[in-house]
Design a protein around this ligand. Structure first.
Ligand code: G1P
Length: 293
């Protein structure tokens, strides 16, 4: 597989019910972590991995995502007129030059596997990345998680899935892998299972929202029947892929925040605030004062 991932898919058609009522009108992916929406962190990570084509699998309620990455003529003209160059750069920088967005609709919410399959006409049969924007992975100044995975994928000529250990009682929330270590961070997957109960889980190594997959996965997704939760699961297609193509589980370098729930979003926001040049010190004081109360 090539080192650079040209195409990255973002399944963003979820309803975001955990953030109602805000998500009545605001797409979950547009919720800010400090001053940037969740989707911006995901897009930056894709671009860091070499992406030039971003494929958003979306629905009719997610127009804000397209608007966000579109050129904001009036706003840009106003900022330019008033000499606010730094802000102008910020607004223009949401989508780097040479990167294009393609929007594909997922007409029915039939599961993550189905969402990824909707991207097939754009991706074709080349290797591609998948980022679930709910999982924000912070790597500071280091390579983004998807870049780390793209490099491993090229080196080993294998699919790569990001994993992290979770408390054993949480296995029912994730895809869980059983894998044989090949290095400190990588392991060859023998088995993947979607959301097993703790008693039957093969391990506590959980899939987090980053994948590097060969185009072949689309053919397998076509054959995938509804699995856990009655949905077409990406995990089930990956399980089929294992019979013909190596897939590695990879413990990325970085910190994951599950921004699909309130506490995770608060943790991510606090983390970014503590690391922010302008408000970091004040946030620390605030946290320390709260701890003393
Ligand atoms: C999806 C995948 C699951 C994975 C998880 C990571 O589940 O189906 O295998 O562990 O994302 O966030 P979801 O969170 O959409 O239910």
């Amino acid at each position: 597989m090539q080192k650079r991932l040209h195409k990255v898919v973002f399944p963003v058609a979820g309803l975001g019910t955990r953030f109602l009522p805000a998500t009545k009108v605001v797409a979950k992916e547009m919720l800010p972590v400090l001053d940037r929406p969740l989707i911006q962190y995901a897009v930056d990570e894709a671009v860091d991995a070499g992406a030039d084509t971003l494929v958003f699998v979306t629905n009719r309620y997610k127009h804000a995502i397209a608007d966000y990455f579109d050129k904001a003529y009036e706003l840009e003209a106003k900022l330019a007129e008033s000499g606010k160059d730094a802000l102008l750069e910020l607004v223009r920088g949401t989508l780097p030059r040479g990167v294009r967005c393609v929007f594909v609709t997922q007409p029915e919410a039939l599961g993550l596997g189905h969402a990824v399959l909707c991207a097939r006409p754009v991706v074709g049969d080349e290797p591609f990345g998948v980022i679930l924007p709910d999982d924000l992975i912070w790597t500071g100044k280091g390579a983004g998680a998807l870049r780390q995975m793209a490099e491993l994928s090229a080196q080993e000529d294998a699919g790569v899935i990001a994993v992290e250990e979770v408390p054993p009682e949480d296995t029912h929330k994730y895809g869980i892998v059983d894998a044989t270590p090949i290095s400190d961070r990588a392991a060859k997957i023998r088995l993947v299972v979607e959301k097993p109960k703790p008693a039957v889980a093969p391990s506590n190594l959980a899939i987090v929202g980053r994948y590097v997959l060969p185009g072949r996965i689309f053919e397998l997704l076509e054959k995938t029947t509804p699995g856990a939760g009655g949905e077409i699961q990406l995990t089930d297609a990956i399980e089929m892929l294992l019979a013909e193509h190596p897939v590695l589980a990879y413990r990325f370098e970085g910190t994951r925040f599950d921004c699909g729930n309130k506490l995770g979003l608060v943790k991510a926001t606090l983390h970014m605030a503590l690391n922010d040049a302008q408000i970091g010190a004040a946030t620390r004081e605030l946290v320390n004062a709260a701890a003393k109360r």
